[in-house]
Design a protein around this ligand. Structure first.
Ligand SMILES: Cc1cc2nc3c(=O)[nH]c(=O)nc-3n(C[C@H](O)[C@H](O)[C@H](O)COP(=O)(O)OP(=O)(O)OC[C@H]3O[C@@H](n4cnc5c(N)ncnc54)[C@H](O)[C@@H]3O)c2cc1C
Length: 424
């Protein structure tokens, strides 16, 4: 039986696991990356219909790892964000909150976009290409972790293929449905939102001008996220496109997903509104049931949780992956520091530094997204009135607007080096 030894063995090669593998390997840690799905499958259009709002600081990390150049032509800058309440008819309230990227610029610096909208398949493809060229990482997929043993000296994974992997540290990047957290006896706050996000791409007559819109409809948020223009179906012209994350109560979402094209178009267009002219869905409809999982601890003996395995949140603020990116930056920095000092990269002190670094940021985002969803996904009249006034009140205070923009960009708190665009 094959028995290999690595500094770090990562279980799960989703957006978090593959980014962690690249960051760790580039920092000199011998790394194994394992997934039950073949990695080339994950970057195909049929695998994941979502886009990600990559925050300004997450983009800096991708750039620092030389993974942004390939993504850049497919990335649409987010210049403004407009948030408003809306009724069953999809009509937005006249009270709204508008963020402008220029408000975050400091001391005469050039204003940067708040983030970029990128199709997940392009992020996955760029990471995969960088990983394939990285000698410090071994890609092990398709294969599956079926057992793990961890003690004070080492950790070992048994794979379905029969291969065994020994490592100083195991990172679970298994997403919110992984098993290693529970197997380690780590509890979690977890619940379903009883909502489903319908995800699709829409074409519209007029350009979006880099404006991301979020309308709070009674069933949940309806987000219109600016994408790069794409070719029309016959290739004769270009189309203005947006990515849609349309959250509804689970039972209604299931019925909507089954509608024929004309009836689906009517339901969709009513919610979208006419601010960008004629609008129509293009391509497949995707659906993602929404839930929350927040681990009580992020570490155990020679085990660390990153990304959705540690905190899977509601997509209401488009921040789930950005939290994972910050986990990765912090984790790689503490591992590199430990290795440079000749310390054990899987040692309890090293892992505790990571857990402490990430706890407050993750906790704040978990709480904020949960609260926002509860506050806005309903049609209770007094609450609607209060939240409309709240949005309009924040909109009138430039310092508050700036505070929220800097949060959305990921510029707040003790930033790890990779998040500042530097290598650790
Ligand atoms: C509708 C929607 C929109 C979103 N939009 C945004 C956004 O705009 N911005 C943002 O920041 N975030 C967004 N998110 C969140 C973001 O998509 C997730 O945070 C991110 O994809 C999670 O990635 P992950 O790698 O942690 O987990 P996953 O993508 O779940 O990957 C886990 C991987 O682990 C593998 N695996 C699990 N167990 C094993 C095992 N035992 N052996 C081998 N392999 C295993 C699985 O095969 C899988 O590939 C959105 C989420 C949703 C649902």
């Amino acid at each position: 039986m094959n028995k290999d030894r690595f500094d770090l063995a990562i279980v799960g090669a989703g957006l978090n696991g593959s980014l962690l593998a690249l960051a760790a390997a580039e920092a000199g840690l011998s790394t194994a990356l394992i997934d039950r799905v073949a990695l080339t499958t994950m970057s195909q259009a049929a695998f994941d219909g979502r886009t990600t709002a990559v925050a300004y600081t997450s983009q800096r990390l991708f750039a620092a790892l030389d993974a942004w150049e390939e993504v850049a032509p497919e990335a649409e800058p987010i210049l403004d964000i407009r948030i408003s309440d809306a009724g069953h008819d999809g009509r937005a309230s006249p009270l709204f909150l508008h963020f402008d990227h220029r408000e975050a610029a400091t001391g005469g610096s050039e204003p940067a976009p708040m983030g970029w909208i990128v199709e997940n398949r392009f992020l996955r493809a760029a990471l995969l290409r960088r990983l394939a060229a990285c000698p410090q990482v071994e890609l092990i997929a398709p294969d599956e972790v079926i057992d793990s043993k961890r003690d004070l000296d080492t950790a070992e994974l048994t794979l379905k293929s029969g291969r065994r992997i020994a490592a100083r540290l195991i990172a679970s990047a298994e997403g919110r449905f992984g098993s290693m957290r529970e197997d380690a006896g780590i509890g979690a706050r977890a619940w379903s939102y009883n909502q489903i996000a319908i995800v699709l791409v829409a074409k519209h007559e007029r350009p979006h001008r880099g404006v991301a819109q979020e309308k709070f409809l009674p069933g949940g948020p309806f987000a219109i996220l600016p994408m790069t223009d794409g070719p029309s179906s016959d290739g004769s012209t270009v189309e203005h496109r947006s990515s849609i994350v349309w959250t509804e109560r689970a039972d209604l979402a299931r019925r909507l997903l089954e509608l024929d094209a004309p009836r689906f178009q009517a339901e969709f267009a009513r919610r979208f509104g006419d601010h960008l002219g004629a609008v129509a869905p293009i391509g497949p409809r995707w659906s993602y049931p929404l839930s929350l999982v927040h681990a009580e601890r992020y570490v155990d003996t020679r085990l660390v949780l990153v990304g959705d395995a540690a905190h899977g949140i509601h997509p209401i603020a488009g921040q789930g992956y950005n939290l994972g990116v910050r986990d990765i930056a912090a984790l790689v920095e503490v591992l590199v520091d430990a290795k440079r000092l000749g310390l054990d990269v899987g040692g309890a002190d090293t892992l505790e530094r990571y857990a402490q670094w990430r706890r407050a940021d993750n906790f704040a985002m978990v709480a904020a997204t949960d609260l926002l969803n509860r506050l806005f996904s309903n049609d209770i009249k007094p609450l609607r009135f209060a939240r409309d006034l709240g949005l309009a009140a924040v909109n009138r205070v430039p310092s508050l607007r700036r505070f929220f923009v800097r949060h959305a960009m990921g510029l707040v708190g003790d930033l790890p080096k990779l998040i500042r665009g530097e290598r650790p």
